[in-house]
Design a protein around this ligand. Structure first.
Ligand SMILES: Cc1cc2nc3c(=O)[nH]c(=O)nc-3n(C[C@H](O)[C@H](O)[C@H](O)COP(=O)(O)OP(=O)(O)OC[C@H]3O[C@@H](n4cnc5c(N)ncnc54)[C@H](O)[C@@H]3O)c2cc1C
Length: 278
């Protein structure tokens, strides 16, 4: 239908980004192709060492999934998006396709090995998340392609992760956020993935912060180095949510807290987290 209807047709998933944009007249599609009428688009599955999400899987379904509980950082993300009304409608496929610079999913999923399966009239292709989101509101999808499945590799044993955001209130996007996924051997960090949200046009991989932890014991010194490197990697804009300096400081503090929780979870501790509200 998308290729028949042309460029002015848009897919409708949960409508939690598209409908507000239409109300503001920032989007004015001539046709809506509603995915909600297609059966079998909403699921959470585990196979071949990966979590698989259907394109129409709601944030709430992910939040409440027993399978997802095995990868706590994914649960943190789903449970922290907006309020229950938005989580009941909004979808993981719509969120990645929207590529909103403030969206949570791209931040969290870029600390895990994530693939997006894109379906078009010539068949399916698999794109790694790092290549899928190309810029703010820009993805690798062609106009007549859709996100057909999101595949997330389950981290190795001894891994732990955490996602923390700072928000003014539940139903708003974060001021800044940090996702940390670590693989530990005793007190030594074997692997580290750190991504920052809302402090750039896309999720930012804090590579120097990852390098500051990789192969090192978690000490005050390595924590300080990772925090400083994360602050340096952030590229925030001043806006109504705070000044650029404020967001830079905030993201450093979030990374530090997220590392602490990730280490504890990697040791097998059950740690509940929720976002931090102003
Ligand atoms: C008050 C409010 C607060 C919010 N707070 C947050 C927040 O804190 N964090 C957060 O991450 N998000 C937040 N959101 C956004 C929410 O998560 C949306 O659900 C999400 O961004 C878009 O998903 P959707 O299913 O609603 O997509 P839709 O709005 O239906 O679609 C969004 C875009 O993606 C396209 N699209 C949809 N599905 C597909 C697909 N399968 N393949 C290709 N293209 C597709 C549509 O054509 C459209 O262009 C908030 C939304 C609201 C209204």
């Amino acid at each position: 239908m998308l290729s028949q209807l042309g460029d002015d047709a848009k897919l409708l998933a949960g409508g939690q980004s598209l409908i507000p944009l239409m109300k503001l007249r920032f989007a004015n599609p001539t046709h809506l192709v509603d995915l909600n009428f297609i059966a079998g688009m909403s699921y959470v599955k585990e196979n071949d060492g990966a979590l698989r999400f259907g394109p129409l899987t709601r944030h709430a379904e992910i939040e409440n999934s027993a399978i997802v509980a095995k990868v706590p950082i994914v649960h943190d993300c789903a449970a922290g998006i907006a309020d229950v009304q938005v989580r009941n409608r909004g979808t993981i496929g719509g969120s990645l396709a929207e590529a909103d610079p403030s969206g949570d999913w791209a931040v969290v999923l870029s600390t895990l090995f994530t693939q997006v399966r894109c379906l078009g009239k010539n068949g399916e292709r698999t794109v790694e998340l790092k290549d899928f989101i190309q810029d703010a509101y820009t993805t690798a999808l062609a106009h007549d392609e859709l996100v057909n499945e999101v595949v997330v590799r389950i981290p190795a044993k001894g891994s732990g992760g955490a996602y923390l955001a700072f928000k003014r209130a539940a139903p708003v996007y974060p001021t800044a956020s940090a996702a940390v996924q670590l693989t530990m051997e005793g007190n030594v960090c074997k692997e580290a993935a750190i991504a920052l949200g809302c402090v750039g046009l896309t999720a930012i991989k804090a590579k120097d912060a990852e390098a500051a932890l990789r192969g090192q014991p978690i000490t005050e010194k390595t924590l300080a180095a990772a925090t400083e490197a994360a602050r340096a990697a952030a590229d925030p804009q001043s806006d109504m949510r705070g000044s650029a300096d404020y967001k830079r400081t905030l993201v450093g503090a979030l990374v530090r807290r997220a590392i602490d929780i990730a280490v504890r979870r990697a040791r097998g501790e059950q740690v509940e987290v929720s976002h931090i509200y102003a």
